[in-house]
Design a binder for this molecule. Sequence first.
Ligand SMILES: Nc1nc2c(ncn2[C@@H]2O[C@H](COP(=O)(O)OP(=O)(O)OP(=O)(O)O)[C@@H](O)[C@H]2O)c(=O)[nH]1
Ligand SMILES: [Mg+2]
Length: 362
Amino acid sequence: MAKSKYEYVKEFETDDKLLRNVYILVRIDGKGFHKFSAAHEFTKPNDVRALNLMNHAARHVMHELDDILIAFGESDEFSFLFRKSTGLYQRREAKIVSTVVSLFTSAYVYYWNDYFKESRRSLYPPAFDGRAVLYPSEVEVKDYFAWRQADTHINNLFNTSFWALVEKGGMTPKAAEIRLSGTDSKDKNEMLFTEFNTNYSKLPAIFRKGSVLLREQIPKDMHKDAIIPTLPDTLPGSTCADANPSLSTGATQASVSPALGSTADADSVVATPTSNGSTEHETDDDKKRSIEGDEEETFENDDDKVYESTTEVAEARSAAPSLKRMKKGVVIDHIDIIGEKFWSGRGAYILGPERKKKTRTK
Ligand SMILES: Nc1nc2c(ncn2[C@@H]2O[C@H](COP(=O)(O)OP(=O)(O)OP(=O)(O)O)[C@@H](O)[C@H]2O)c(=O)[nH]1
Ligand SMILES: [Mg+2]
């Protein structure tokens, strides 16, 4: 086909393919969230609705981009680690970063009202920036995530102490800043305990440790886009199941968490039913996706029996409540990722040898 005389302009485009065989880390960050959080009256120092909305948006990104191995989020930022050999968009940086930012931002806006129920939409459109960083080996990847989680801890301890002095102690922000200058972690912990009756280590882990998104097995009947709990007292391990009578699967959080291989402490957060009391209905699109998901489906049972026909499987399933249908999903938790324990334990699959895998782009 003949080229138009204008086509030469394409040659002005730069080649931005990222180096092969290294980890690609994309970090997104809210633009001007100091102002955005004030305008929307986010709770200080942590607004659990805002954090859960961030987590929901990040989970959407992971649902759309299979090559993301793990994500970590705190405050107004999220980091996404792509597998070393990803061929997504031929590793073109602008395409990868802009797609992550766009998926995240649209999901943040799309799910806004599920978390900020009193306002149909935000007062103005939020925006996020994004960047890609390349890490050559597992050492830097582990240190990267340790850096972000240490940052979560430092900021959260400072902010918790600062707002305790201002809101409970009646200090001006300036006076609180002066009071905290030169203090270390121990001093702040001590101050919170003795002056404000707050045991810092007992605050919800979502505040202290940030959020880790992992690909793990989840019960087949759990909706992948289920709303993430909004209030701390609806965190799994508390009264979540009671607070949500709409739990259509009959599974309670207590029965769900161990199946996820989760630490199953009171801090782990997994997908839960809608908090508006309605039962979720599968759309055609959901069905299509869950059929895809069936390829991954496994059956777990306690007695190792091999079931030969589908009728037998169905009968066995209704007879044995311990038989769980599982699928791969994105799990949200608030655990330590600083140190080897995570990377050689629950997160061992993340930096282990890669299995051959087709890249899916939508
Ligand atoms: N009150 C409250 N504020 C939050 C919360 N999460 C994030 N923020 C605000 O968001 C800011 C995020 O920090 P930055 O990313 O450094 O600041 P920014 O205003 O977004 O600036 P740029 O990223 O440079 O555009 C914090 O300083 C807080 O002001 C929250 O849960 N509660
Ligand atoms: Mg920001």
